[in-house]
Design a protein around this ligand. Structure first.
Ligand code: FAD
Ligand code: NAG
Ligand code: NAG
Ligand code: NAG
Length: 509
């Protein structure tokens, strides 16, 4: 009896194995795990991808991150007078949950907060100066712009509410195969419309005044994206959210998140420039022909190549930013997608500010403005002028007035001449210039955004920048691609491009 029982069990067990075997092709759970994954680019996007891929695929897979320049990419610092200062991406919104999560995971902390004060410059004089008194600011704004301010706050809040849905979807492992599908899942048709019209069109349609757009909204889009209110409405809303309170940065420098994520994900950094990616096939003894990717690169010891099961491109495929030859793909994959990246020059000057340049009559000892934004006027060649704090705030640090020589950062589209700098500064101890191809040059309506999926198992992270470029956007894209790569590998289609997630997940969490 016992024996019979056992054999029945054994039989059942064997039977299950048989089903398991036969099911190999169709039963997703038993597909072999990928062995090697390549990520091209070690910025926040690429390093976050390494982190999330490790989470999805487990400890066995080998993850290699190719970086031609410096880990951190557009998150970078420069040493001036013994302190480091951010030259690229600098501020993070309080509701950027992935960036927050990374800090917790990596044991990093938020940089100490130094109070700031804003003014607006029209190229001749300051048209607005923030007061130390909150109520004074509110009354001035109400006086000049009526309810525009409060309405703007509500408008951005409404968009942010929908934006936040992505975190719940990702928590439940849902992924999207295109930027459009992701945006639609977050905010429905209204988000697609927002991406395809200018911020100006979107806000005028909402009843905001043109004066308010020129005086208040333009300075914000200029400082954040170096462009006017003709950027798309979605990145415009991201920009306006970046003008709220509670903004933060990483103690020691934002780029520490990138090196931290690489370490945490046990990814291997390959210091090399990828020159080409091609598809190869290999006949396998047991099953059908398998395909894989060959990555060609030039490193310190010359040209070499390696093969991978999955590849994630985490650098913009645009002129001046990368030059990768995709060969053997049908349909072909371009080295450069349509559209271009906007040049933003960051000039860091350690010097004494010439207050007359700003047309202010304030005495240097009374000048505590930290951020000067600008109007879109011919006279204002600069986009912004900000007093910079070091990435590590020394104990007892307070912002000094304009009587002292300190570090200022100017954003402009064109490099500043020495003559121009001599007008802005009374004295200059040092000048550092970094020319960034910073973010897309947005001009909606745009043709379709580039795809997340370039080929079967070849993905493109920076497609997301055409909706909006920000650290958190790259992190969201990274999580999405890690999930997408996993679900496509194991054929879990129920976790890809699901409609109506917002209603379906209501009540969960
Ligand atoms: C001046 C400036 C200010 C900004 N301000 C903010 C801000 O305040 N807040 C915010 O959230 N965002 C800001 N941003 C945007 C933000 O910095 C970017 O959206 C984000 O850093 C992009 O990260 P990424 O990893 O996707 O791309 P990148 O950081 O560009 O990383 C791509 C990496 O790929 C490498 N690479 C390229 N080609 C190859 C190749 N062929 N082989 C190997 N490696 C290659 C590059 O060297 C680079 O390191 C700002 C950007 C700039 C430039
Ligand atoms: C890209 O690769 C193809 C095939 O190897 C080659 O013919 C072509 O010249 C390459 N193009 C560039 C720009 O390197
Ligand atoms: C300061 O700026 C004013 C106004 O632009 C300019 O006339 C003056 O020459 C500048 N001062 C110095 C010392 O450069
Ligand atoms: C954006 O507008 C263009 C031109 O009007 C149109 O071709 C395209 O389909 C629109 N895209 C989206 C996502 O609505």
């Amino acid at each position: 009896m016992a024996l019979r029982h056992l054999s029945v069990k054994a039989f059942l067990f064997l039977g299950l194995c048989q089903i398991g075997r036969r099911g190999l092709a169709s039963a997703p759970e038993v597909r072999e795990a990928p062995r090697k994954i390549a990520i091209i680019g070690g910025g926040i996007g690429g390093t976050a991808t390494a982190f999330f891929l490790r989470q999805e695929f487990g400890p066995a897979v080998k993850i290699e991150v190719f970086e031609a320049g410096t880990v951190g990419g557009r998150l970078a610092t420069e040493n001036i007078g013994g302190h480091e200062y951010e030259t690229g991406g600098s501020i993070i919104h309080p509701l950027n949950l992935h960036m927050k999560h990374f800090l917790d995971k990596l044991g990093l902390s938020v940089r100490a907060d130094v109070s700031s004060k804003m003014a607006i410059f029209d190229g001749k004089e300051l048209t607005f100066e923030e007061s130390d008194w909150y109520l004074v600011n509110v009354i001035r704004m109400l006086w000049r712009y009526g309810l525009n301010f409060i309405r703007m706050h509500m408008w951005v809040e409404g968009i942010l509410d929908k934006f936040m849905r992505i975190y719940q979807y990702q928590q439940f492992s849902y992924s999207f195969s295109s930027v459009e599908k992701m945006l639609h899942a977050m905010g429905g048709d209204s988000f697609l419309t927002l991406v395809n019209q200018t911020l100006e069109e979107a806000m005028l349609a909402e009843g905001f005044s043109q004066v308010f757009l020129n005086d208040i909204v333009t300075p914000v889009t200029r400082v954040n994206y170096g462009q006017t209110v003709r950027i798309n409405g979605f990145v415009g809303a991201v920009s306006l959210a970046g003008a709220s309170s509670g903004l933060w940065a990483v103690d020691g420098g934002n780029k520490l998140v990138c090196s931290g994520l690489l370490y945490h994900s046990k990814a291997e950094v390959v210091p090399a420039r990828v020159t080409a990616i091609s598809m190869k096939t290999r006949p396998s003894k047991t099953g059908p022909v398998t395909s894989f990717y060959e990555v060609n690169y030039i490193g310190e010891s010359g040209a070499a190549h390696s093969t991978y099961d999955i590849v994630v491109v985490a650098t913009p495929l645009h002129q001046g930013l990368s030059d990768i030859n995709f060969s053997g793909f049908s349909p072909p994959i371009p080295s450069h997608f349509p559209g271009r990246y906007h040049q933003t020059v960051a000039t860091l000057v350690h010097g004494l500010l010439n207050l007359s340049y700003l047309g202010t009559t304030l005495k240097p000892e009374d000048f505590y403005i930290s951020d000067v934004l600008t109007l879109d006027k011919k006279a204002s060649e600069i986009h912004s002028l900000s007093s910079l704090d070091p990435v590590k705030i020394p104990k007892g640090y307070t912002r000094s007035s304009a009587t002292q020589s300190k570090v200022w950062k100017i954003f402009s589209s064109q490099p500043l001449s020495q003559k121009h700098l001599q007008q802005i500064f009374l004295s200059q101890e040092s000048v550092f210039e970094k020319r960034w191809l910073a973010y897309p040059s947005y001009s909606p309506p745009q043709r379709r955004t580039p795809p997340f999926i370039l080929h079967d198992r070849l993905y493109y992270l920076n497609a997301v920048e055409w909706a909006a470029s920000a650290m958190e956007m790259s992190a969201i894209s990274a999580r999405n691609l890690a999930l997408l790569a996993h679900h496509r590998w194991y054929e879990q289609t129920a976790k890809i491009d699901q409609e109506d997630l917002h209603t379906r997940l209501r009540g969960e969490l």
